[in-house]
Ligand binder design. Sequence first.
Ligand SMILES: [Fe+2]
Length: 296
Amino acid sequence: MNDNALGVGMLYNAALPEYLERHIDNVDYIEIIPDMFWSDEGRGASPRFVELPQWKRQLDWIAARTPLTAHNIGMSLGTVDYLDREYVEFMRGMNEAYRFRWHSDHLSFLKLPTKGPHDHNAGIAVPVPYDDEYLEMIGAKVDFITGEIALPFLLENNVYFVEYPDQDYTETAFVNKMTGAHDCHILLDIHNLYANSINCGVKTRAYIDELDMTKVLEMHIAGGNEMNGMYYDSHSGPCPDAVWELLDYAVARAPNLRGITFEFHESYFPLLRFDGLNRQMELARGIWNKYRYERA
Ligand SMILES: [Fe+2]
């Protein structure tokens, strides 16, 4: 086994404290969105980031019992002329306090800077165009982040509903170039890939065959739903069968995989409940164990 491998985990949300109190042995790690645990008072405020006491107590409880990984939503790598250095610095402090095993953010943009203390938030991760300018711009941010925070940094493939025309690269070529030239890795979201196959005709297995799978350290899995003729990555319950099949295909090809993380939105907890969550962990663990010795 790879020494750094963790196994199967879940993305933390407000529905999980009671589940974890009873079933924490069913997860090998918990992934957190660090932004949930503080309030951002805006640029220029002092202190800018204020910890939320009740959330911090939950985080400390989990950290005492299981390894943590961090999934950022605030770096907005795709926003031009934007790098929130205070945010990166605060993340470095969070890592020093909680010893994350790795951290990640999306290959997309989320924020539009303003002249005021708070940025606009698009509310959805918007994909970036795959061209040389973006490769250079995001690459420089990756260099800054990895220089500041001594942890493996993973980029997550996005979900999209339309594709930009006339791009220089396919997504896989762009990601391979990025991870080849900069000190970063891949968080392969299997459900995003599945959603893109439904909405945009992406060939999922060809995508995995083209991607440099040696760079994949983590995979995300989730459920979604269809609305008005589109399929959404709404994290709305158990993973569809096709996601389990694709996960199996991908895990078999990812020699450096360290973790498989199940994501669900807390509002869908009634669809899963404790048994449903345990079932997702059991299915993910089955695939993890099937290939664990190949990852030695
Ligand atoms: Fe994800």
